[in-house]
Design a protein around this ligand. Structure first.
Ligand SMILES: [Zn+2]
Length: 200
């Protein structure tokens, strides 16, 4: 046989550089880091790259931004191209290591605009980050957007903590919901695609 494909690329959309042009290299306050994530998430769905989801990887101590990620499932045609996956992958490339918690490295954290889905739960756990900062973790994401986040374990935060990954929940929570609601309005009004709303 001859394979049709020998690989794939998950790349950030072209507008990212433009959106980051006024963003400093270091964002010391975690709420400000989350505000950037919300801004990217909102632009992402409007640009048609994928769902209203964004993430970034920062050095926990200093707030230096190592990478950002957005959901590019629609743009890339790859179902695993979630914001967490793109942020973690580009961070690993940026630091030159598959382990963001490697020896001699500063502690890294992943900042996301909601609790990761089942796929990104694993991707975050294996990435080497030492912290996970989310805007929220309740059923609101699925209720508002209709995305299926999969069968998450009830003790997901505890499982992270057990592996030395600190979890902070509730950073700019209401602002996250505003982005989801705007997205939902776009779905209802303009037929924006919810690509995995099969609901199991
Ligand atoms: Zn995900």
């Amino acid at each position: 046989m001859r394979l049709t494909s020998h690989g794939y690329t998950i790349a950030l959309p072209d507008w990212i550089d433009d959106e980051l042009s006024d963003v400093p290299d270091t964002i010391p306050d975690v709420a400000d880091r989350m505000a950037l994530v919300h801004r990217l998430a909102d632009r992402n769905w409007r640009e048609g790259n994928g769902g209203p989801f964004a993430a970034l990887v920062a050095e926990s101590e200093t707030g230096r931004i190592v990478s950002v990620g957005v959901n590019v499932v629609l743009g890339s045609g790859v179902s695993s191209a979630h914001a967490e996956v793109t942020a973690l992958g580009t961070a690993q490339r940026a630091v030159g290591s598959r382990d963001l918690g490697g020896p001699g490295m500063p502690a890294h954290e992943l900042v996301v605009n909601w609790r990761p889905c089942v796929q990104c739960y694993g991707a975050t756990m294996w990435s080497g980050v030492r912290g996970l900062i989310v805007a929220g973790s309740g059923p609101e994401l699925e209720e508002i957007t209709t995305f299926d986040e999969g069968p998450m374990v009830a003790d997901w935060a505890e499982q992270f903590e057990r592996r030395g990954i600190r979890v902070v929940d509730g950073v700019l929570r209401e602002e996250a919901l505003e982005v989801f609601r705007a997205y939902r309005t776009g779905v209802d009004r303009d037929g924006v695609v919810v690509y995995n709303a099969r609901g199991g």
